[in-house]
Design a protein. Structure first.
Length: 172
């Protein structure tokens, strides 16, 4: 393989060279500034100590409803984790791209509770409770927390499936 035959995508080249040399029509060389996009910090609950992103979707609430947050805290406690270990994001509050999440939060794992329909083009169609990888991030789609709050047969079945995948993910 000839090392001079390597082709890099434009986005990689733009990141490597914040300013680049561009040939003008007259054949002279001029410097062109590459525009940087403004980075808007992602707001989240928790401290993200273990680089785990928990995505929720509550369009009617700017914040996560207390009963859902309490249930999430109990799930994390069963996994020997706390809210401090994760970054909890309400995806209804702001449209995010995977690159924004990866660049700012550096997740190793994303648990998407009912939030999987908001990600558009980068979401791979999979079944709930089936881990998959997107750009080196392990992702698991799960039904929304609100479907697991009640003590019904359906709710208990979802909680059982959730517990099985969490045991696998966290080696419990």
């Amino acid at each position: 393989m000839n090392p001079f035959d390597i082709k890099l995508p434009g986005s990689v080249l733009a990141d490597l060279f914040k300013t680049s040399l561009v040939a003008s029509p007259a054949g002279s060389v001029r410097e062109q500034q590459v525009e940087e996009k403004e980075i808007v910090p992602i707001t989240y609950l928790g401290k993200n100590l273990h680089q785990i992103t928990v995505g929720l979707y509550f369009s009617e609430h700017p914040n996560i409803p207390a009963d859902n947050l309490q249930f999430l805290a109990s799930i994390l406690k069963a996994c020997q984790r706390s809210i401090d270990h994760v970054a909890v994001i309400n995806f209804a509050a702001r449209e995010l791209q995977l690159t924004d999440i990866a660049d700012q939060l550096h997740p190793k794992l994303m648990l998407l509770f009912g939030a999987h329909h908001v990600f558009g083009s980068w979401m791979i169609e999979t079944d709930d409770f089936v881990p998959f990888y997107l750009h080196k991030i392990q992702v698991v789609r799960v039904p929304g927390l609100e479907h697991m709050l009640h003590n019904t047969p359906e709710s208990r079945a979802l909680k059982g499936k959730l517990w099985m995948i969490l045991k696998q993910l966290f080696n419990l």
